[in-house]
Design a protein around this ligand. Structure first.
Ligand code: NIG
Ligand code: FE
Length: 425
C-alpha cells in the first residue's frame, strides 16, 4: 500500500495536465482530465492520481492525514507565472491617467517617465520595503491561483540597487507560500546617469553586477530588453554571451515593439525563452517553432495599453512553438497580477483554446522557467501544488468572468489557502 499524508477526493474533474513536457501543437489540446478524480500526497510529493476505486485499493492515508473533499469543484495544477517584474516600488497611476488622455507608453518614456519613474522609486526604497511590497503582491497572486512566480530585477540599474531587489526576492524564500524564481534584469533599460554611455553601462553589467549576482547565487536567469532604443541585437548578444558564461539561463524580451532579430537570436542561441513577441515576424515564428526556446506571451500588455496588435498565438501554436502565458506584472505596461485573468485573456484576446491556455499556464510555463521536472502537472513524483476551484468544469474558469472561483490551494503538500483565506505560515 502507498502511504499518504494528504488526500483530495471526489473532484468533478481532476485536470492533471500530464506530460510529456513541453507541449506543442495538438498535445496542447490534452489536459489529462480524470472525471471524479482523487489525488494523494506524502511529504509534499504526489503519490497517487486516479479514480476512487483504485485509491481505495492502493493507498492508505495515515490517521493524521489532511482530507479535502473536492466534491462540487475541480482541481488543477497551481498556476505558474513565468514572467513578472515583481520587486518594484511606487506606482504609475499618474502615467496611466496621462495615457487615458492620449499619451502613448513610448511618449511617456521619451519624456523621462515610464521605467525611469519606477527606477527612481525603487532606488529610494529600502530592501525591507521591497520585501513588504512583494509579500502583499504575492498574496494577491496566490489568491488568484499563482503558486510559483518568476520575478525580475531591473528597476535598480546599478550594483547596489539591483542586488537590493534580488536580495528582497531571496528573503521571500520560506517567508511566503509562493515560490519565487529570480531573474537578473540589469539590462532592462539604460540608467539616467549612463544615458550617454550605454557601452559603459553594458561593461558595468558584465564586469561588476553580473559577477556579484553570480557570486551570491542571487539569480537563475538573465533577461535582456532587446529593442532598437534599449539594447540592440549586437548588444543583446554581448550581454547574453556573458550571462551564459556565468552559468545563467538567458531570457529575452523580444519583438515587443520592433522586430530586430531578438526572437531569431533567442531560438538559434538556445535561450530559455523569448517573451512578448507582439511584433514577431514570420521568420521569427518559424525559428522559434523549430527550437526548444519557449515563447512566453503576455496578453495583459496589449490589454492594459489598449493596443490592437497582439502576439500571434495561433500562428506560433499551429507551427509548433512551445507557448506559455504570463502576466508581465509591472507598474507601466501590465498592472495585472492574476493568472486567472491571464488565462482568460489567452482565450478571449489571443484566440487560444481553453485547453491550450491552461497548458500554457501550467506545464509549458514550468518549462519556461526550467521547473518542469517538479511542477506544472499533477503526476506521481511531482510536487503537490494544486488549486481547488468552485466551478462545475474547467471551461467555467473562462466562461465566468470577474469572479474568483479559487477555493482551496495546496502548495508543496500544505494547505495555504482554505475557503479563500490565506492560512498563517
Ligand atoms: O515587460 N518591456 C519591458 N519591460 C516591461 C515594462 C516595464 C515598465 O514599464 O515598467 C515589460 O513590458
Ligand atoms: Fe516584461
Amino acid at each position: 500500500m502507498i502511504s499518504a499524508d494528504g488526500v483530495v477526493s471526489n473532484c468533478r474533474q481532476l485536470i492533471t495536465c500530464r506530460g510529456p513536457l513541453p507541449k506543442r501543437g495538438e498535445a496542447l489540446q490534452d489536459l489529462g482530465v480524470i472525471e471524479d478524480g482523487w489525488i494523494a500526497w506524502s511529504g509534499g510529493e504526489i503519490v497517487f492520481v486516479g479514480k476512487g476505486e483504485d485509491f481505495r485499493k492502493e493507498v492508505r492515508a495515515v490517521p493524521s492525514a489532511t482530507w479535502i473533499d473536492g466534491r462540487d469543484g475541480i482541481a488543477l495544477p497551481g498556476l505558474i507565472d513565468c514572467h513578472t517584474h515583481l520587486p518594484f516600488a511606487g506606482n504609475r497611476e499618474h502615467e496611466f491617467l496621462l495615457r487615458l488622455k492620449g499619451l502613448t507608453y513610448q511618449q511617456l518614456a521619451a519624456q523621462g517617465m515610464g521605467i525611469q519613474t519606477t527606477v527612481k522609486a525603487t532606488r529610494a526604497a529600502s530592501k525591507d520595503e521591497l520585501i513588504a511590497l512583494c509579500k502583499q503582491r504575492l498574496n494577491q497572486m496566490l489568491l488568484t491561483g499563482t503558486t510559483t512566480a518568476e520575478a525580475k530585477s531591473g528597476y535598480g540599474l546599478n550594483l547596489e540597487d539591483e542586488i537590493k531587489q534580488l536580495e528582497a526576492l531571496r528573503a521571500l524564500k520560506g517567508a511566503h507560500p509562493v515560490d519565487v524564481v529570480p531573474t537578473f534584469m540589469g539590462a532592462h533599460e539604460v540608467p539616467p546617469e549612463r544615458k550617454d554611455d550605454k557601452a559603459g553601462y553594458i561593461d558595468l553589467i558584465i564586469d561588476s553586477i553580473l559577477p556579484a549576482v553570480k557570486a551570491r547565487g542571487l539569480a537563475e536567469f538573465f533577461d535582456i530588453f532587446c529593442e532598437p532604443n534599449i539594447f540592440d541585437l549586437e548588444e543583446t548578444k554581448t550581454l547574453a554571451e556573458a550571462a551564459r558564461s556565468a552559468g545563467l539561463g538567458v531570457k529575452i524580451h523580444a519583438d515587443e515593439w520592433a522586430p530586430i532579430g531578438g526572437a531569431q537570436y533567442a531560438a538559434e542561441s538556445g535561450a530559455v525563452s523569448a517573451e512578448h513577441l507582439i511584433n514577431i515576424t514570420e521568420d521569427g515564428v518559424r525559428k522559434l517553432a523549430s527550437s526548444g526556446t519557449a515563447a512566453i506571451l503576455l496578453p495583459g500588455v496589449p490589454f492594459f495599453l489598449m493596443l490592437d496588435k497582439k502576439a500571434p498565438a495561433r500562428k506560433l501554436i499551429d507551427q509548433g512553438a512551445v507557448v506559455a502565458l504570463a502576466s508581465d506584472f509591472n507598474p507601466g505596461s501590465s498592472m495585472l497580477s492574476s493568472m486567472l485573468l491571464v488565462l482568460q485573456l489567452g482565450v478571449y484576446t489571443l484566440r487560444m483554446t481553453i485547453e491550450e491556455a491552461i497548458n500554457a499556464c501550467t506545464g509549458n510555463a514550468a518549462y519556461a522557467i526550467r521547473r518542469d521536472a517538479g511542477i506544472g502537472s499533477l503526476e506521481v513524483g511531482k510536487r503537490m501544488d494544486l488549486l481547488i476551484c468552485d466551478v462545475p468544469n474547467y471551461a467555467s474558469l473562462i466562461y465566468q468572468l470577474g469572479v474568483n472561483p479559487v477555493r482551496h490551494i495546496i502548495k508543496n503538500g500544505r494547505v495555504v489557502v482554505r475557503a479563500g483565506k490565506i492560512q498563517p505560515l
